[in-house]
Design a protein around this ligand. Sequence first.
Ligand code: BDP
Length: 703
Amino acid sequence: MKRLTLLILAMVFVGLAKAEDGHQLWLRYQPVNTAKVTGPECVAAQELRTYSTKDVELRIDPAMEEEAYKIERKCGEGPCVITAKNEIGLLYGAYDLLRQKNRFNNKDRRTNNSLDNKDIRTKEDLRHSNILTDNKDIRTKDIDNKDRRTGEEDGITVSRPYYRLRILNHWDNLNGTIERGYAGLSIFWKGKDSGKRFRDQPIFVEDPDQPIDAELIKEYARANASIGINGTVLNNVNASPKMLSDVYINKVKQYADILRPYGIKVYLSVNFASPMSIPAKGFNGGKPVKTADPLNAQVKAWWKAKAKEIYALIPDFGGFLVKANSEGQPGPFDYNRTHADGANTLADAVKPYGGIIMWRSFVYGAKHKGEDRVKQAVSEFAELDGKFRDNVILQSKNGPLDFQPREPYAPIFDNIHQTKQMAELQITQEYLGQSRHLVYLAPMWREFFGFVAPEKLVGIAGVANIGLDKNWCGHHFSQANWYAFGRLAWDPNLTSEAIAEEWIEQTFGLSEKCKVNSEKCKVNSEKLLSMMLRSREACVDYMMPIGLHHIFAFDEHYGPEPDGFNPRVPLEWCPTYYHKANKDSIGFDRTHTGSNATAQYREPYCSMYDNINTCPERYLLWFHRVPWSYRLKSGKTVFEEMTYRYNRGVGEVEDFLRVWQDVKPLIDEQRWQEVQERLEHQLDNAKLWRKTCLDYFGSFASK
Ligand code: BDP
């Protein structure tokens, strides 16, 4: 009897621990097994059979658009019907149906294409000032009363993705580490400890003999499919040539086979000099080439042979992502060739198979060394516009510098007109507290779409925040950024509010505690929503308000180091280069009297940013150099305003801790505790930012 009780208790605890460690992400539906599913045998059917409480019928209609779906809900009278052109559309429809069923707060905060999706900066400003000053009111601004999901066609939802390319970029190295990864080692590549140490950390080396974790990759595929992500780049943009060796291509094939039923294509980052060290099947008796010059006939033949080798194994392989001539990576400049020469050679190799090349514009310190770093992409690429093959896409970060907590949009999007473009967003919070701070990024990405119209782009890439940590992303709330990326790639007009609300309800709202207390859960969900929506602005405040940027500790990019200067590293890595504070003034003059970066923007932004009276104050020190006595619209001097904002940022985190305490009764123990610890750390770190920056800048301001 005793043994039996113990056994039951043990089972309960194992069950609980398993259920609440965050590994299930937002896919926490309770299995019921009563669904009747007709239609093709596909992942959608399995998903619904396991989880739906209602009968669902799946229908194929070849006339429908690729990846689109229709859901007809005749609640109470017969089955729900999902119709799509093929199985992947059915799968997306199935996830949407499940998403709708697992919501309890049906307020309409869904889309907003009238407010922050146009170039109406004044409204943008208004919106931000609302967020900053009156947190209670944030959501009402975005409510649009037309419910396109339920209102229009009486229970019919029709949805199609805005972008064909919705791709995660994993910066995973073949030795299992992840560049800018804060959630453990790679889920794709496994290394082994070399026994050597660097700064007390073990050095890992590649170990291609280790088997892949097929189950984990299937879970990964399912999570991505549930939010519409349909592509993944499996390795770091700082790519090892070994990625293209046959042993690794064989592994890529295994991944492609697991991901395919979920509608996900695989892509690879490639090292431009790969032809010089890796053999290609059927090429030159297995010998590499002596050069990587993209116009050399042997090099072209090598890339063609390599493409053939890959496509023989993976017929739906997506293509290559390339970082060339940036931060020490090889590229076409090494042979006096242009980015277009380089990209086109690769594009020709994958073209026969329908592949694409995503060529990154994140370049500095090469051809335009010494120029203001934020100008270099336009300087390098604008003159090449129109010279790229039609299967080349220029992939650019949302800001012109490097994923800072706040940057103005990257003007490359204004300067390229004939070449296809993609935006690269960073889901991993390299500069926004990594996996230790709660910072919800959708508002930042929506801000970007307010300046770069979604229709200018053909796709979106997101630098992933996924690792081997049990909860995938390190911080439970960082999962929301993965979720938000997928949802925005599907529909960039979705509001940050709608996405956060969906995520909260699915992630925290389906617990046993919520089932018996659903009204309280609604209140909780509102509180969490408000906290998430304020979190990015809070981070800007306690790290880098009024246009400060890149004052992070060298390399780790986590804590503050505003006095950072090291003559042995490139100047563009030094914080002091970016604020140029001295006893008289602070800020980087990027106007016509300075680096003239403002000239790279289209009107009205060019004039607006150039003129200190019209430049939004959130970009003040980004574009302008001002004396310490300069007064902002608030009447405060620069240093007084800084002090106010650093304090406000810290105050926000204090409030997040209060919110988290309030919601405690309805959140499961393990996740509550883990988030609590991180929030406490976030507060300490925010205070450290405040102290370090105010001490440092104050030492100039008071002179
Ligand atoms: C920076 C990262 C660096 C990346 C680089 C890139 O610090 O690790 O390699 O961007 O995007 O944000 O290429």
